[in-house]
Design a protein around this ligand. Sequence first.
Ligand code: C2O
Ligand code: CU
Ligand code: CU
Length: 436
Amino acid sequence: GDGGTDYYEITQKAAKVEILPGLRTEIWGYDGIFPGPTLVSRRGRRTVVTHRNELPVPVVVHLHGGRTAPEHDGYPTDVIAPGGGKDYVYAMEQHAATLWYHDHRMDFTGPQVYRGLAGFHLIHDDAEEALGLPRGRRDIPLMILDRSFAADGSFRYPSLDPTLTKTPGVTGTYMSGVLGDCVLVNGAPWPVLDVSTVRYRFRLLNASNARRYRLRLDGGPGFTQIGSDQGLLAAPVEHESIEIAQAERFDVVVDFSGHRVGDEITLVNEHGSGGTAEVMRFRVTRQESDDRVVPDRLADVETLSAGAVTAEREFVFARGGAHAHGMSLWTVNGKPFDPETIVARPKLGATERWIIRAKNVEHPIHIHLAPFQVVGTDGDDDPGPFNHGWKDTVNLDNGGRAEILIRFDGYRGRYVFHCHNLEHEDMMMMANFEVV
Ligand code: C2O
Ligand code: CU
Ligand code: CU
């Protein structure tokens, strides 16, 4: 890197925007927009993001997928009070990747993200740019999420008003998480993108609180996956459809060259029905050709070796073991989140094997700081079709099990790992590890 620094300033504030035609929706947005502005960093250049909080509630900013010092990682109790501000400093020593930033306030992440506090943060580097992948107007991040609306256009989040005091860990009776009945892409319902007969790069992010998608291009080509949560894969992987859990990213290339002007291709969600079955449309409006390619080799991806493992741990994500107001909470190894309790102390630089299991319902599990590789799923010795490359979030079915190799590089300090069903997270399905 060149050792320089890039600066961004973001004001978190309420705003009214038009999401549904003719209606005004109040959002809480980064710079008052939803999604927030897409930030761009360069590997090797530090990025400082100054956040100002003009919202009526405390906020916390987490850069999801960032290898970040603990004091800048957005620990759930590390809040910016209303009227306050904070400089978040990101080293950006990691590879080109599709990251995103979102609220992470203890007990309130679900409602605060639901109101709009989420945005993309992309990292570029020289190695990625040398590949000749689609770029510029043909490199498009797509933030997919679901929301419900009241008749006046306001977001309907079925919980207590988050500006009021609430019982820690209790967000109402939505034990499986809050599902919306309308899918939005980059903040718009059922949008249409005009495309030419060339290749596009789409950075798919599922930013939903609790919904998982199975994405397929109806009447169109398949997806060529080139990247996962943490950056480029070693080699491209073809998919007919993509299973994407909350917080996961799939970096894909879609080739529209087999189409002709006038064709319309629909991105559908095979898990959905009604308003959640269709996601967006691509309308072919121009005949063009391009020189963009997807090389057979994308990146040198180190494979973590089982021989390097110095500790093995098991974490069960399930309901029960603790209660609040007669409701059983979502827990990790039977314990609800407690900022003072550390459940694992990996050594800096150590590689560990973690067995992660999910019970009662599906749980997408996310680990801060340390990227990992999935080496086994549900008893098989392979990562499964959707866990290639470096990950920071792994999607588990009810009863599912993942075996991961994880290396704790970067910083000493306390970090969280948790279920990324945001209502489960708020209902205490989170724990601390401390890199020592
Ligand atoms: Cu995307 Cu701890 O979160
Ligand atoms: Cu994270
Ligand atoms: Cu969960």
